[in-house]
Design a protein around this ligand. Structure first.
Ligand code: PEP
Length: 249
């Protein structure tokens, strides 16, 4: 059975002191669901977060990494560096990386390969912009994003891939896809996977929804059969809100 996952993307928020405070608040929360819980602090807080959650069912994951092994890439962080501090999962392809740092499908395909080579699990993000949805092209856009970055992989690689559908128009805007829109896209994504890799693989991959998930809408979104959890931005910066979402299953 595929896993239920709730991952908090802290983005470029929280210095060390704030991160320490948030982590200690997270550790005091009571988890009643069986979802896997992840937090993605910025690079400067990864080691501290990793160390201080060792005894807790909270996985610390990275927000990004470079596709090269090492070398002259000022300001970048490699897969090996992440592994060296115990990080086992990385978010790749977030729409903010695509929009502000020009991350292309081609670069993302390389990042995915590098992560898998280092035994790092990938949360692969993708999603259409508002204009795509308005023009009815949302499924084609999403299909291409998945095909271009992932369809060179072997079926067995999908054991290490988590998909995160994040319509760009719903990220940080307070506007959420309706549970029906999320379900319809997730079912389409699963079918796209099934057409290429077969039904068993498609059924085994967790597909998260991201885009203004909050305590008051998580339950309805997570109740949809093809929604296996959420990638949470804003609401992951508050321990109670985040765990209200974790417990919405
Ligand atoms: C995100 O950044 O992945 C995200 C979903 O943000 P928010 O929950 O704030 O919309």
């Amino acid at each position: 059975m595929r896993k239920q996952i709730v991952a908090g993307n802290w983005k470029m928020n929280n210095g060390l002191i704030q991160a320490e405070t948030l982590i200690s608040e997270l550790k005091q929360q009571n988890q009643t669901s069986e979802a896997e819980v992840m937090i993605a602090p910025s690079f400067t807080n990864l080691w501290h977060a990793f160390e201080s959650t060792r005894q807790y069912p909270i996985e610390v994951v990275a927000q990004n990494m470079h596709f090269s092994e090492d070398g002259a890439y000022t300001g970048e962080v490699s897969a090996g560096m992440l592994k060296s501090i115990g990080i086992q999962t990385v978010i790749l392809g977030h729409s903010e990386r695509r929009a502000y740092f020009n991350e292309t499908d081609e670069a993302l395909a390389k990042k995915v390969d590098t992560a898998l080579k280092h035994d790092i699990r990938v949360i692969f993000c993708f999603g259409e912009e508002l204009a795509d949805r308005k023009s009815g092209n949302h499924e084609t856009v999403v299909e291409n994003q998945i095909k271009n970055a992932l369809f060179h992989l072997k079926a067995s690689d999908f054991e290490h891939i988590i998909l995160a559908y994040e319509p760009v128009w719903a990220i940080g805007t307070g506007e959420t896809a309706t549970p029906e829109q999320a379900q319809s896209m997730h079912a389409f994504i699963r079918k796209t996977l099934a057409d290429k890799y077969g039904q068993d693989i498609a059924e085994s991959v967790s597909i998260l929804y991201g885009g203004s998930v909050k305590p008051n809408n998580a339950k309805e979104i997570f109740s949809k059969p093809d929604v296996d959890g959420g990638l949470i931005g804003g609401a992951s910066l508050n321990a109670e809100d985040f765990f209200a979402i974790v417990n919405a299953f």
